[in-house]
Structures are given as C-alpha cells and as structure tokens.
Design a protein around this ligand. Sequence first.
Ligand SMILES: [Zn+2]
Length: 349
Amino acid sequence: MAPLIAILLAAAYGVDKMNTAPRQVKKKKKKNVAFEAPTTTRQIAIPPPPPPPGVIHPIFRQISPGQGGRLFLPALELASRFLTAKCFLGFWYTVFYSPVEQLRLPLEGFPTTPGTKHYGFTTPMPSHLSRSQIAITDIALTDLASCVTFDLYSASPERAGARCKHLRGLSTPPPFHGHRSCIQVSEYFYDMLSDPGVSSADKTWLQFELAKTLLHELAHAALNAARDKGSKTHYFFSGCNIAEDGFQLEACLFGGKTDLRRSEFHDQVARQRLKIGKSAEPLIRAYLTPWPSWEAVEEYRVRGSLIGIRGRVPSYPHGREVRFERVRRLFTEEPWEEDVKRYGSLRLC
Ligand SMILES: [Zn+2]
C-alpha cells in the first residue's frame, strides 16, 4: 500500500471513531478487523468530489468497450455512481472497517450445516461519514478493483442473474488479505440489450437491473477480499437477522429488494421476432419488498444456496410497484442526497 494511503488510514483512525452499539452476543469475542488500526495521526487530505454521471469507477474500467462494454455503458455509469455517492458509503465503510465478533451457534430452531460460522458487525451502519472516513472508503473501493474480474457473457442456467465466484486460490494484493472473485453475469443482459425488438424503455429497466446486479455481487466480492469470507461464513449487519451482503446493499440503496417481472415482456419479445407490433411503453414491471423478507429466504432455499439466518423474518408476499419514471431519472444528473436524507434511501415507489 502506498505511504499516502497509510497516512490516510492512520489519520482516519486517529480522528474518527464510529458509534458503538450494544452487542447482541457477549459470550465470545473474536475481533476480526479487515484492516489494522494505525497508530499515528496526520492531517488528512480533502477527498475529491464524487464523479459526475458518465465517469466509470476503476472497478468497472476493466470491462472493455470493444467487448460489448459500450452496450453496458449506462449500467456501468449508474453502478459507478451508486458506488461513489457519499450517501451510500456507510455500507462499504462497514464492510471494510467495522470490527466484528463471532456469534454463538447453533441456534434453536435455525439449523446450520457443519462448518458454518456467524459474525456480527459490532457497529451500526453509519448514515453519515466524516471526510476522513469517506477518503479511506474511496481508497478501499479503488483497491478493490485489483481483486475482482468480470465475465459479462456467462452461460448462466438462469434466464437473468449473476453470481460471485470465489477464486480461493488467488489471494488479494495488499491492503486486503482475503481472496479474489469473478463476477459472472448472465449473457441474458447482452442478448436483450442488443436485441432490436426490445424497446428503449425496457432496455432502461434492464440497464437498471444490470447496475443493481453488479453492485449486489460486488458486495460479496468486497467481503471475500476484505474478510476472506467463505461460503459457509455469514456476516450480519447490525439489526438484521439474515446475512446476505448483496440484498443488504440493495436495501441501503433502495430501501428494500427490487424484483423485475418479465413474463409479458418476454412474450412481447417473442412476438417481435415474428414482426408483430411494437410497444413504446415498458412491459417490464418491478416491485419493491422490505428487506429482510421471508420470501427472499425461500428463494435461496429453492435455489439450494446458503444463507445465514439468526431469527424470525417477516413475510412480505406483495411488494409495492416501482415507478418507471423514477428509475429512468436515476440515469440523469439529478442529485440523490435529498431523497436519501428524507427517506433513508432512494425513493423508487
Ligand atoms: Zn447475493
């Protein structure tokens, strides 16, 4: 790590302290801080302003325009803005810098497979960061670029989606001491976004979905890099009974979990290929449900994936419809801070 970065880290730890919250489990205390706490204090540099729309974050710059990256540009720009907006940096600060403690297992009523470990972040996710905290979080996100690769044309068995593949044999460069990840995104996005039969309105939905999906998987990759997280290791954010880093980030951005409904859209795409009509209105619909939700746990169980649970989770069978116009405006220069200050996240409904 460059000396400047060390100085910034040192200053941050010397000047800023996160609020401490009552710990849920006091029995075993195993500190697992991703970065070592520096010992000196120095004047910290003022962090640069957030990039305007159109700037691609270093993490996504490896996606070459020549390989279809130009097609994904709106999603990459939006994902970059999600990643650097100050109002959302509290999530990444927690992932990189919050101390954790190991939580007690097993729990009655919530069986786990052998080898499962639960950790809890001991500080609540901050809604506001100081300048020095912003600086060290921005630096860690830039460093994360060397820990992640992308495959945007993955022959995923799912129609749409992605996964964060652990690259356990590849350790991360400093300052991280975990392992690298490959974010595999279904070729579905490329197919749909390059299909002339898909309306520009539906492509806006898909660009939004792609940006959200990239961020979701990046949350997993950040835990892999900073905490060397294994597939049976789960990190619980303060106040949440389910450990799923990606959905936790989505909740931070949008106040819940958004799901696209596409059956009518796919019927129409099939008809387009037979040259039957074309709609200018979006056919995709999206619904927002609070996080955590029992339905998300069920989704995981159906897929056979592992998810950490430490208590009862409320059920939300019906979501609220997301407004297309609100999603479309995310791609403009409209500022987000006021929305987040008022509603706690971006208001999509
Ligand atoms: Zn996930």
